[in-house]
Design a protein around this ligand. Structure first.
Ligand SMILES: O=C(O)CCC(=O)C(=O)O
Ligand SMILES: [Fe+2]
Length: 286
């Protein structure tokens, strides 16, 4: 068995402690992030979409079908589907605090990369062990600093049997070519409402679900540097009329703002008519 994953608690451990654990091990479990009320509201808002979705949704690209597996119910574009997600998860102070420490040194603002539900049913196999930031394979390696902070939120209990995400602690510092071995994977077992945070370079994958009748409901949530393209096109999956009603910070995280690096000698990315679209959305110009 690999090195254990540290378990901290949002109510008793500071953001600094959580950041230093994450930087050291590449992974940390934080308990108590979502309380029962928020979980009930959020699950109720997404339940309909999940239960009306079949395992291994066929509208996916074949690459994604392979990646997520044929027993997974997969729901995307969560910010446009759930206001509880926006208020209580996208903007959660712990999540933003971790992003401030880990991502802000490399950018002016960071973005939601992807928020999707992975409801893994019995029979799900070990997912391909991977690094989430390999989507940016054009970036030189090693890249100085992290480009992504990722997480799995436990929307029900994560156990070794029902497919808890498996992670290799310390693998964020490995040579990019080093492959993870089965016995180095550690299941991020955790009670509902907890989160396993990991760095974009940390090797991991959804675990096998060997139960007869338990689904594992997790939300994969990650944030990326504001000058990189995001995996989900959040400013189309969240309709503009919905986005207008959201707090400005949420609009920024969903990509409605530009990345203005003029002050640090960089460029201005994502403009409309050379201006920052977030101001134009909120003034009604667009
Ligand atoms: O479902 C899981 O536990 C992991 C999912 C994952 O790693 C991903 O979608 O990139
Ligand atoms: Fe992943």
């Amino acid at each position: 068995m690999g090195t254990a994953i540290n378990h901290l608690n949002v109510n008793t451990d500071s953001i600094e402690t959580i950041v230093s654990c994450l930087n050291e091990s590449g992974v940390v479990v934080v308990k108590g992030v979502l309380n029962d009320d928020i979980l009930a509201k959020f699950n109720a808002e997404i339940d309909g979409a999940i239960t009306s979705t079949k395992d291994g949704r066929v509208s996916m690209s074949p690459e994604h079908q392979f990646f997520f597996g044929e027993h997974t119910r997969h729901i995307t574009g969560i910010a446009g589907k759930s206001r509880t997600f926006v208020d209580e998860i996208l903007l959660h102070p712990l999540v933003l605090g971790l992003c401030d420490s880990i991502l802000l040194p490399q950018c002016v603002n960071y973005r939601l990369n992807v928020a999707h539900i992975l409801d893994r049913g019995p029979g799900s196999e070990q997912q391909l062990v991977h690094r989430d930031d390999d989507i940016y394979s054009y970036l030189p390696q090693p890249f100085p600093g992290q480009v992504m902070l990722a997480s799995l939120f436990a929307l029900n209990d994560f156990t070794a049997d029902n497919g808890a995400t498996r992670v290799i602690p310390g693998s964020h510092n490995w040579d990019p070519d080093r492959v993870g071995q089965e016995d180095e994977l550690v299941a991020a077992e955790m009670p509902v409402g907890s989160v396993v945070f990991y760095l974009g370079r940390t090797l991991h994958g959804g675990g096998p679900n060997t139960t007869k009748n338990q689904r594992r409901r997790g939300m994969h949530l990650s944030y990326t540097l504001g000058w990189l393209r995001t995996e989900e096109n959040n400013y189309l999956t969240t309709p503009l009329e919905v986005a207008r009603q959201l707090p400005r910070k949420a609009q920024e995280l969903l990509g409605y703002s530009a990345h203005n690096a003029f002050a640090t000698g960089g460029g201005f990315l994502g403009t409309v008519d050379t201006r920052d679209p977030i101001d134009m959305i909120n003034s009604g110009e667009i």
